[in-house]
Each structure stands twice: as structure tokens, then as C-alpha cells.
Design a binder for this molecule. Structure first.
Ligand code: ADP
Ligand code: MG
Ligand code: MG
Length: 203
């Protein structure tokens, strides 16, 4: 597995397609235990990111990730913009200067992204957030590499673990025990992001 700038762009385009298609679903997840804007936030942010990427000319994945980060941070209000923005920014820094990322380099980028999310959100696993998808999926990729069919399965499994959790971070934490029984919205958008990656790397 290798990823170049063109594939990095394709990753974001595929992710954008998923966020547009599932905008209402993501918002419906954010309604009972949040403020019902997650679908709007993700669809707006990634639409703008794709627009930005189409206008650019990229020689490294790092440059792609940087523009995605800047767009998400500047265009998306709410928790998810800065959190996903930080993820892409850390990925950009960790992979800077490399035209092609091999598996090891890319996983390093994803690990930096995960650390960035955890720092920015002051969150760890079990708090019913996007971290509950990022952490197990990145760990799994580190151990197993990009066997793409399984990446999708792992990401979906991780997303579903958030259903029974009680939220202790983000808006859902205000609902305390009542937050249990709903899948987390940001965990679901993180699942779409990894599903898009699996599609791109699967050719
Ligand atoms: P907001 O809650 O500001 O309206 P969104 O609805 O776009 O923002 O995003 C909510 C998602 O962000 C949650 O479902 C959760 O996955 C994630 N999230 C919220 N707070 C945190 C945090 N402190 N750490 C990690 N992820 C978080
Ligand atoms: Mg919200
Ligand atoms: Mg909001």
C-alpha cells in the first residue's frame, strides 16, 4: 500500500460523497443527544475542502491534508471542525515532504492525527466520541496493515461500540445516562472517513 497526493485527494472526495449522502442520517444521530447539526457541519466542511482541493495542485499528501485541515477549521463551527481539522493538520505535519507515503509513514500520520484529536478534545476511549473509532482503527491498522475489507469491518465495529456508552465529553455528556442507546455522530462520521479510505486504497 502506498498513497500519493492524487489518492489523498480521492480520499477526501469519497469522504465528501459519503457526508453528502448521509447528511440527514448524521444529523439525526446528533439530534437526541446533541444539537442536530453534525450532518450539516460535515457536509459543509468537506464540500468546501473538495472545492479547495480542486483549485489546487499538489505534489505531496501532506499538502493535501494541510488544505483540508485549514478548510475544516475555518468553515466548520462546532466541535467537529476543530477536531477533524486538528487531525488533518497533525497528519500533514507528520508526513511533511514525502511525495508517496508507504504504509508505515501513513500509519504514523494517522497516529499523529489520533493524538491531536485526543489532546484537542481532552478525550480518551470510552467517552462516546470519535476517539472510540480512531483509536481502535489506527491500532488495528498498525498491527494488520491495509487489508481494506477488514478495515471497513473494524471501523464499523468500533462505531457500534459507542451505542451503549455513556457520554462524558461533548454535548452528549449533558444527557448523562440518557446518552446511552444512541450511536455517536462523530464516531459515525469517522467511520465514513475510514470507509472512504478503504475504498480508495482498494482501487
Ligand atoms: P457540536 O457538538 O459542537 O454541535 P458536532 O455536532 O459537529 O459539533 O460534532 C459532535 C461530535 O464531536 C460528537 O459526536 C463527538 O464524536 C465529537 N466530540 C465532541 N466533543 C469531543 C471531544 N471533547 N473529544 C473528542 N470528540 C468530541
Ligand atoms: Mg452538533
Ligand atoms: Mg453545534
Amino acid at each position: 500500500m502506498e498513497i500519493n497526493a492524487m489518492q489523498a485527494v480521492q480520499w477526501i472526495e469519497k469522504a465528501n460523497e459519503k457526508f453528502q449522502e448521509n447528511r440527514e442520517y448524521l444529523t439525526s444521530l446528533d439530534r437526541p443527544i446533541g444539537d442536530g447539526d453534525h450532518g450539516l457541519n460535515m457536509s459543509r466542511g468537506f464540500k468546501e475542502a473538495v472545492k479547495k482541493l480542486k483549485a489546487g495542485n499538489y505534489s505531496t499528501p501532506s499538502d493535501v491534508f494541510k488544505d483540508v485541515a485549514m478548510t475544516l477549521i475555518s468553515k466548520v463551527g462546532g466541535a467537529s471542525g476543530p477536531l477533524f481539522g486538528t487531525a488533518f493538520l497533525k497528519m500533514s505535519v507528520a508526513t511533511a515532504g514525502q511525495q508517496v507515503l508507504n504504509e508505515t509513514a501513513f500509519v504514523k500520520g494517522l497516529e499523529a492525527a489520533l493524538d491531536g484529536i485526543k489532546q484537542r478534545g481532552k478525550a480518551t476511549t470510552g467517552e462516546k466520541t470519535m476517539v472510540d473509532v480512531w483509536q481502535p482503527v489506527v491500532a488495528w491498522l498498525k498491527d494488520n496493515g491495509f487489508a481494506t475489507a477488514s478495515l471497513l469491518v473494524e471501523a464499523e465495529k468500533a462505531m457500534n461500540t459507542t451505542k451503549d456508552m455513556t457520554a462524558t465529553k461533548g454535548r452528549a455528556a449533558y444527557f448523562k445516562e440518557k446518552s446511552a442507546g444512541h450511536i455517536d455522530a462523530g464516531a459515525t462520521s469517522s467511520y465514513y472517513l475510514f470507509a472512504a479510505l478503504a475504498e480508495v486504497l482498494g482501487g
